[in-house]
Design a protein. Structure first.
Length: 223
């Protein structure tokens, strides 16, 4: 399932982008996997850049306070966000993300991939994230401050940028619930319970459904 979540105002995205652009960028080939090293042409901030680290930590903390993000991702561990920059001619051909990613704090299994778009849409052309979904390819190009979450098992690509500059934060998450189908069901159940409780808070059926939600999490979550 592909899920779009607004996480920053456009002003906050602009402030973040301004700080990122002052840093020294390196070739994105540094962190590409075996399959993707030939397909990847962009720049990113080094993992040890202190400003990137600080801004990435702030983003992860902010996401944890957004109910729709928590409900959709059921995050257990989030990889420190990587800030990427695509200029005209840059692209990232079709690939699947590595199943395990290592960082200074340990390793995660990548269940979900995320891209937070940081550049206003009128400031660049191209650069869409192309994701192979169950229902066919989806082209995702979102306003600055909006994030897309998608299963890390999907084949995906970043189409060439043809004008301007596309800045984004990308990351990967290990979810409490590994399976995308189970996670999607939990999200749909959660949304149905939220809408039902708006009309009938405290009704026995709402309490029962909430119990079912938590009992499914108990069955499916790994800690
Ligand atoms: Ni990727």
């Amino acid at each position: 399932m592909l899920i779009e979540i607004p996480v920053l105002t456009q002003q906050a995205a602009a402030a973040l982008r301004a700080r990122l652009l002052e840093r020294d960028w390196e070739s994105g080939a540094v962190t590409a996997g075996h399959q993707s090293v030939h397909a990847k042409r962009n720049h990113q901030l080094p993992a040890d850049d202190p400003v990137a680290g600080e801004l990435g930590e702030a983003l992860v903390a902010a996401w944890g306070r957004i109910p729709s993000f928590v409900a959709a991702a059921l995050p257990r561990r989030v990889f420190p966000p990587v800030f990427s920059r695509y200029r005209p001619g840059d692209r990232f051909g079709s690939h699947v993300d590595n199943a395990i990613r290592h960082f200074h704090g340990g390793s995660i299994r990548t269940d979900l991939s995320a891209t937070l778009f940081l550049t206003p849409l009128d400031q660049y052309d191209g650069g869409a994230l192309l994701i192979e979904d169950r229902f066919g390819p989806r082209r995702v190009r979102l306003e600055a401050g909006t994030m897309v979450l998608y299963p890390s098992s999907s084949v995906h690509a970043v189409e060439p940028v043809t004008r301007g500059e596309r800045i984004a934060a990308v990351t990967w998450m290990q979810s409490l619930v590994r399976d995308d189908g189970q996670r999607s069901l939990l999200l749909e159940l959660d949304q149905a319970i939220q809408s039902l409780s708006a009309q009938a808070a405290g009704a026995p059926a709402v309490i029962a459904l909430t119990g079912i939600y938590h009992n499914l999490v108990r069955r499916w979550a790994d800690l």
